[in-house]
Design a protein around this ligand. Structure first.
Ligand SMILES: NC(=O)c1ccc[n+]([C@@H]2O[C@H](COP(=O)([O-])OP(=O)(O)OC[C@H]3O[C@@H](n4cnc5c(N)ncnc54)[C@H](O)[C@@H]3O)[C@@H](O)[C@H]2O)c1
Length: 256
């Protein structure tokens, strides 16, 4: 029996909870969310809302994996609480653009013999980029969304950012989690180039990943229509199936 905890009960967290029965031999250990509104319909025994309560819960329950679908701040705050007890699957991957946090996370993983999984979330291709990383010469990822989904009110197609992924993670932390994943898989946060484009005429979130390497190049374009302000339709489904692979011991991309 695998025990699974969820941090963040929004679009992704809720979808994962609803589909947990499909994992077969798995059980929900807790849901951690700062908003009582978000968790209103849940059994109160399952709900946690402070790092202290989370720590107490992890002390007494043998949780296998904790899924984070909240914010990068939750990853920063709760990784030291989670990793002594369980592996971590993080959707807010921009958290790892902070060098100090990444070093701390790696230290914790080593100390407690844990893994932090980076799911492919809204895009595809982490595996191919990771496996070809010695050959890579340039990786550019361009995300195009409607202005409101990027916190902008421009009236025509506008490049809001073009530069290193580390800076994109600081400026658009909720919108470039896939840039962070691509950076971790390939050239790192400083050598991966991020472009963020606001376009009032697009329907969905589009991510174009352009990879050039010694002797090869490939482009991947993924478009998915958002159900909320940030997350596209593909992500909750890919999120659940990534968890399914991990609990079946097919780990995919791990950071440490
Ligand atoms: N890696 C990817 O491809 C990818 C794709 C889409 C979304 N995301 C990221 O995944 C995360 C979840 O996305 P979503 O669409 O489900 O979000 P959402 O806004 O629907 O839900 C987030 C939930 O987290 C809760 N929350 C916020 N801060 C918290 C904290 N510090 N501790 C605990 N709970 C907290 C909120 O109350 C909310 O219920 C976001 O960071 C989003 O940017 C990643």
């Amino acid at each position: 029996m695998k025990k699974i905890g969820i941090i963040g009960y929004g679009l992704i967290g809720k979808y994962i909870h609803e589909h947990l029965p499909e994992l077969g031999d798995a059980e929900l250990a807790f849901v951690y969310d700062l908003s009582s509104e978000a968790t209103a319909g849940l059994d109160p025994e399952l709900v946690l809302s402070s790092p202290e309560k989370l720590s107490e819960c992890l002390e007494v329950q043998a949780v296998d994996i904790v899924v984070e679908a909240a914010t990068y701040q939750a990853v920063w705050q709760l990784a030291p609480v989670v990793l002594p007890h369980a592996d971590f699957l993080t959707f807010s991957s921009t958290a790892f653009a902070d060098e100090n946090f990444r070093a701390e996370a790696e230290k914790l993983c080593k100390k407690w013999n844990r893994r932090i999984h980076i799911p492919h979330g809204a895009v595809l291709g982490y595996d191919g980029i990771f496996d070809g990383r010695e050959l890579l010469e340039s990786v550019v990822i361009t995300t195009t969304k409607r202005p409101a989904n990027l916190g902008s009110n421009v009236k025509e197609k506008t490049v809001l950012f073009d530069g290193p992924t580390r800076e994109a993670c600081q400026k658009f932390p909720r919108n470039v989690n896939v840039h962070a994943g691509i950076a971790i898989a390939g050239l790192g946060f400083d050598k991966t180039r991020s472009r963020i484009v606001a376009d009032p005429d697009v329907e969905g979130n589009t991510h174009l990943i352009e990879v050039q390497a010694d002797g090869m190049r490939f482009n991947i374009e993924v478009c998915s229509v958002p159900k909320g302000l940030v997350t596209g339709a593909y992500t909750p489904v890919s999120a659940f199936n990534a968890l399914k692979r991990i609990v079946s011991d097919e780990p995919g991309l791990v950071i440490c």
